[in-house]
Design a protein. Structure first.
Length: 474
């Protein structure tokens, strides 16, 4: 790759990252709006819907817009339009099948989800068109076309805020249902446009080779995707069933503060992965150790900053009914921080194509999380969910650590003197971050002291590791 091509790739990568950030920011902006327009009990239904939506979409669409689609973009690079169109045909067939099943099992779904039949039907109709936008986005990424994606992302962000706001202000009754249905209708119209675009370009619903390749490649990965989503989303569903939708709403507001950490993790991982693979290829393990530690310190600083400002942030984004969420934020955000270690190990597993290990580790962690929730929520209330999630994430990370070492040992790549990651140093960094975050949580009622500590640590981190931040950003 020459210098001109490299600059083009960097430019496009920045724009795609910006598009992803815009979508995340749209979610953040919507929270203070809807928490003030919708009472907690009704807003809890919105939170539960989002969790069910994130879980069901994996099964109903076969997750074809994820790993297998990216592989197909390379495998069938000379026939991408037909590949996109045929993938759309396969995911549509699956979604239509599940829509028919939903009609027959509507009473079961209403009981399980707590959603009205109108929301359930709209949700399954949305699944027919939803992958189309993901296919279109991925194809544009491989072809370095970002301008139309930026336009589409801005329209998406604006529409998914303005249309539900107008609907909620104009309607009466359960405003949570109004918000859900208006959002789904907006998304159906938005994604239908890309469904038509993909069809016009490819004009193909079925290609045996493409369908067979995608189905059998992705089928073993669905349990991993599903377990991973359950690990992140099942808390709100279980809180709703055990404690009620009001507490699900409070917990959901707390979870939105994860977004700041998640955006940074995803952004860094997008550039870390190709860098990591190059170092693994050259057996440059020392560089990997140093860079991963720098990432942990930087994200740890962001995590500490968010937790230090939790009371003020919650007071800004939500009315008084939700302020109890400040005690949920620290464990939730810390749990997200711990997932960086999972990211490190999972990247190695993917590099060596050991997908079964990922599925095992994720499934075990998800099951432990659900069992702990079922035991501890009735005893200690909904806040217990935040702490069971941390426990599950630690088990999650430890399992991936074991599997990563096994991969390296089996294939003769493991060097005793130099490990790819130093788990002891990583855990030490995470522990230090955790201790300081807990200290700030104990000082939630003392704003001045909290901010003095925050600014002192920011200055220390900048003087001690500021140059590493510049290296990573470069």
């Amino acid at each position: 790759m020459n210098n001109k091509e490299e600059k083009k790739v960097i430019k496009v990568s920045v724009w795609f990252a910006l598009c992803n950030i815009i979508q995340k920011i749209a979610v953040l902006i919507s929270v203070p709006i809807f928490t003030r327009l919708i009472i907690p009990e009704e807003y809890g239904l919105v939170a539960v819907f989002q969790s069910w939506n994130n879980i069901l979409i994996i099964i109903v669409t076969l997750s074809l817009s994820m790993g297998v689609f990216n592989n197909g973009m390379l495998k069938y690079e000379h026939d991408r339009n037909r590949y996109v169109s045929s993938m759309q045909g396969l995911s549509s067939l699956s979604a239509i099948f599940f829509l028919i099943m939903a009609l027959f099992l509507r009473n079961v779904l209403i009981e399980a989800t707590g959603l009205p039949i109108s929301s359930i039907l709209l949700m399954f109709i949305y699944y027919i068109f939803q992958p189309s936008f993901e296919y279109w986005t991925a194809k544009n990424r491989y072809e370095y076309k970002y301008k139309w994606l930026l336009v589409a992302t801005i329209i998406y962000a604006i529409a998914t805020i303005i249309v539900p706001v107008i609907a909620v202000l104009s309607c009466t009754g359960n405003l949570g249902v109004v918000k859900i249905n208006s959002t789904l209708c907006t998304l159906i119209i938005f994604t239908f446009v890309f469904y038509v675009i993909n069809w016009v370009k490819g004009r193909t619903l079925y290609v045996k080779e493409y369908w067979k390749y995608a189905f059998w490649f992705n089928l073993p990965l669905i349990p991993n995707y599903l377990s991973n989503m359950l690990l992140h989303q099942v808390d709100r569903i279980m809180i709703d069933k055990i404690c009620g939708s009001t507490y699900a709403a409070i917990y959901s507001v707390a979870c939105y503060l994860q977004t700041g950490v998640t955006i940074m993790i995803n952004a860094i991982n997008a550039t870390f992965v190709p860098w990591l693979y190059e170092r693994l290829k050259n057996k440059d393990y020392k560089s990997i150790q140093k860079r991963s530690e720098s990432i942990l310190i930087i994200i740890g600083g962001i995590t500490f900053g968010i937790i230090s400002c939790t009371p003020e942030i919650i007071h800004i984004i939500a009315p008084k009914e939700y302020w109890e969420a400040i005690w949920v934020v620290p464990p939730v955000v810390l749990g997200t921080y711990i997932t960086i270690l999972y990211m490190f190990f999972a990247n190695v597993e993917i590099y060596y194509e050991k997908r079964i290990f990922m599925t095992c580790a994720t499934t075990v962690a998800a099951l432990i999380n659900m069992v702990l929730n079922a035991i501890l929520i009735p005893l200690f209330g909904y806040i217990a969910c935040a702490y069971t999630t941390i426990i599950s994430y630690i088990i999650y990370v430890f399992a991936h650590y074991i599997f990563t070492n096994r991969i390296l040992t089996e294939d003769g790549r493991h060097i005793k003197e130099i490990r790819i990651y130093s788990i002891r140093r990583h855990m030490l960094i995470c522990t230090i971050v955790g201790v300081f975050c807990v200290l700030q949580m104990l000082l939630f009622r003392f704003m001045v002291i909290r901010f003095i500590i925050l600014f002192a640590i920011i200055i220390f981190l900048y003087k001690r590791w500021g140059y590493k931040l510049k290296e990573i950003l470069k």
